[in-house]
Design a protein. Structure first.
Length: 481
């Protein structure tokens, strides 16, 4: 099922025994991080801190902290179900008979539910603060790590639009609270919001911005998804939720936000103005340095009467953003296969923070096929930021890291099977000698072909025969083990 708002999702988790209410006072200054770290380690429940010592609202966190909860948030039993839905839509076939026609109409119905719907009244505007009445200290913002540069308002969904085309962008960027009315916007170089801001700056125009907190789960996920610039994130949210997302016009900027959001900040980014932002303990597990970034001067803050502030802690994996990244991995597999059809499966290890390493299995058909796939991945949108690509054969389970390691350690002659390149890296990458670009490595761990120059005859794996395995299974109780 789709969840209309955060309250509905939290209520469902509570019915399942997957939400813990914490009535004791808890300090968002580091203490929340300590609690969440223990709960994450135990694959524990979502948390609702009812009495944080900063701010005036309850704090929901670890809401997406397990793959089970992430799937539940998107209305499925398994994240792979969404990828299968997308794959089904990407393979149109002529309908055969009444059953085929019914299936085709079912696909069309899925697409009809996708576009967002504008409404004129919204829960997110029940309470309105404007001008000097705006006070961001109402929100229980978190200082996650000791050397963070201050309080950060994580998991805000930032809305901008292209100053010339009007195309909307919805993104998830870190937000540092500078004072009661100002937040810095960590708009990384490869993000669409950065492009919008650059165009507005070139035109000498202020850029309208709206930031929504505590949106419906499908919307929150869609904001994190690596979609091309010309695809509206609200189309993905509607597809995931199987229902149209209700949007309402902001009060003071020409943007729309989810009607059931908890809190909304509205304001403008002044061209050419920057503030120091950071340090921040980011999802890489390291602090990122202080850099100048644009900032939002909040003119209006609206919220629900029953508002809950939702946030997230990022840092060295595992963290709550792990299941979010895993959702992206599974959802985008069919889209990656559209351009690289020989891919069987892929895995983005959480320890590699989802862009440092890609493990991919392929149906190998010709010499240097693995290298072809490496280059194709480095040309696929934000997959271009991947630093290490390990290619294995189709019979290797890419999610079994022990099996992958066995192949990668044993099947590689580094004089022939390693491809070194240079290209863009993530804005947050601390290891590259120059910011924004660095070295890439592709490792071909597939079986080698004579046509690739391998003349020795690739050996067979030593595997016990099926008859013996069946005999052992049948007699297992006799062994007394």
């Amino acid at each position: 099922m789709a969840f209309a708002d955060l309250q509905e999702f939290l209520a469902a988790l509570e019915r399942d025994g997957d939400l813990a209410r914490v009535s004791a006072p808890v300090d968002p200054h580091l203490e929340v991080t300590g609690i969440v770290a223990r709960v994450l380690k135990e694959q524990g429940p979502a948390l609702l801190f009812e009495n944080p010592t900063r701010g005036r609202l309850p704090l929901a966190i670890n809401v997406f902290g397990t793959q089970r909860r992430m799937a539940r948030a998107l209305g499925v039993q398994s994240l792979d179900e969404i990828g299968e839905r997308i794959g089904d839509l990407l393979q149109p076939e002529l309908p055969r008979g009444i059953g085929g026609l019914k299936d085709a109409l079912g696909k069309a119905a899925q697409l009809r539910s996708v576009p967002p719907r504008r409404v004129t009244a919204a829960l997110c505007q029940e309470i309105v603060y404007q001008g000097d009445d705006v006070d961001l200290s109402i929100l229980p913002g978190i200082k996650s790590w000791p050397d963070d540069g201050g309080v950060f308002l994580n998991l805000g969904l930032t809305h901008t639009k292209h100053p010339e085309t009007g195309a909307r962008n919805l993104g998830m960027y870190r937000l540092q609270r500078q004072d009661e009315r100002t937040v810095s916007l960590h708009w990384q170089i490869h993000k669409d919001s950065t492009s919008h801001a650059a165009i507005a700056e070139r035109r000498g125009e202020p850029l309208p911005v709206a930031i929504a907190f505590g949106c419906p789960p499908a919307v929150t996920y869609a904001a994190s998804a690596p979609l091309p610039a010309d695809i509206d994130e609200y189309l993905l949210a509607g597809f995931l939720a199987r229902d149209r997302v209700d949007l309402v016009d902001c009060l003071t900027v020409p943007l729309q936000v989810p009607a059931t959001a908890q809190i909304v900040l509205e304001g403008w980014v002044t061209p050419g103005e920057r503030l120091p932002e950071g340090p921040f303990g980011d999802h890489t597990g390291f602090y990122t340095p202080i850099e100048p970034f644009p900032y939002l001067r909040v003119e209006t803050m609206t919220m629900r009467a029953d508002a809950i502030y939702q946030s997230i802690i990022v840092g060295r994996p595992p963290q709550e953003d792990g299941p979010i990244g895993k959702a992206t991995e599974r959802i985008f597999l069919p889209l990656l296969r559209m351009t690289i059809p020989e891919i069987v499966d892929y895995d983005l290890p959480e320890a590699g923070v989802f862009h440092n390493c890609v493990i991919v299995s392929i149906e190998k058909r010709f010499p240097k096929h693995a290298q072809k796939v490496m280059n194709a991945i480095w040309g696929a949108g934000l997959m271009s930021l991947s630093k290490l690509i390990v290619v294995v054969d189709a019979d290797c389970d890419v999610h079994d890291y022990a099996e992958v390691a066995w192949r990668a350690f044993g099947n590689v002659d580094y004089a022939h099977d390693a491809l070194h390149s240079v290209g863009p890296v993530d804005h947050l990458d601390h290891s590259s000698y120059e910011q924004f670009f660095g070295g890439k490595l592709g490792v071909d761990a597939t079986r080698k072909l004579p046509s690739e120059g391998y003349r020795r005859g690739w050996p067979d794996e030593c595997v016990l025969d099926a008859a013996t395995q069946a005999r052992v299974t049948a007699r297992w109780s006799e062994y007394g083990i």
